[in-house]
Design a protein around this ligand. Sequence first.
Ligand SMILES: [Zn+2]
Length: 51
Amino acid sequence: MHSRDQHDPVALSLVSSHATSEGTVTYLRCECGVWEIRTVRFVALAGKVAG
Ligand SMILES: [Zn+2]
């Protein structure tokens, strides 16, 4: 068992991800059984791609 607030990145596995208006929502599951949902905004990727 480990801290419920911090999970080992190595123990996290990517389950699914999908794009929303907020950014890319990524679902991760730790080997301890806890799900972690992260939202990654687009800024790091392409910035503004305004037409
Ligand atoms: Zn964990």
